[in-house]
Design a protein around this ligand. Sequence first.
Ligand SMILES: [Zn+2]
Ligand SMILES: [Zn+2]
Length: 343
Amino acid sequence: MQTETMFCGTCVAPGQFELISQPMPKSAPDGWVLVETAAVGICGTDYHIFDGKHPFLNYPRVIGHELSAHVVQDAGPWRAGQLVVVNPYLSCGICRACTRGKPNCCMAIEVLGVHRDGGMCARFAVPEGNLYAADGLTARQAAMVEFLAIGAHAVARSGVGAGDLVLVTGAGPIGLGTALFAKAAGAVVHLLDTSAARLAAARAFGFDTGLLPGQDLPVQGGYDVVFDATGNTKAIEAGFAHVAHGGTYVLVSVVRDEITFSDPEFHKREMRLIGSRNALVADFEAVMTALRTGAIDAALLESEVLTLADLPARFPDLVANRDGIIKVIVDFGLPDITAGAVA
Ligand SMILES: [Zn+2]
Ligand SMILES: [Zn+2]
């Protein structure tokens, strides 16, 4: 008898990305739902996995954590064929964070495509509670919900409100998402990045004040809220100086290093320092609303659309040119994909 197989976009080892054949799953464990991949976003995390720079990762790893999918079979509240957004953060449900409503920072969190195999395959299984109905969204829009939710979460954590002056350092996809939600909250938002190209791209979203490092800030006394989305230790340390007295610094990006700052400068500002990790259900919902209403134009975020078959040849280019890319989407609905094959 023939076994049905599927190809999975796999980082076999640092610097090596291939489509690897695996058995096609036919069912899901109890409480889980089998889904058919619709679209997958590629992001900085995937580039880090390719670079071999991700701190918590074993190879080979099937990537894919920015996911939309169609439900394969009726399961719990889900109906076959329904389009869903996948929340890729699998939480334990019993730790201190989980029992206090913060599964985004579960002590035993496992992220699909990072700590365990992800969704860059024709099919995969997800816990029933990790799906959200994506009615009114396209498959590609739905694949953008997770990365935008990270910015929505950081903004929700910060308490940013109308009239606040906000600086976002790092104008990559996460920084851009953060800036969009800060603006939606009524803040005046400036962006700072080392790449003039990224700052120019941000203009399409209405962010007219883009700053390069070392440039004089256009505000006196600093910003009410500074968000770091740089992934750079020196930039994180430099960001403390941009926070106004009474202001807040939100660290969205994570680095492997220790960071240091001047305690007198921190104290005299009565600064709040906040970490922000992943996102909560409410953040996913806020993003879906923003996409449905057109408050965020997903088409502007879409740099390039690929098929799974395109990916191995293109992956090294994407990694090398990441600064010029907002979001690359692998669309499993396009023809000619190698996603399902019979071996
Ligand atoms: Zn991501
Ligand atoms: Zn937990």
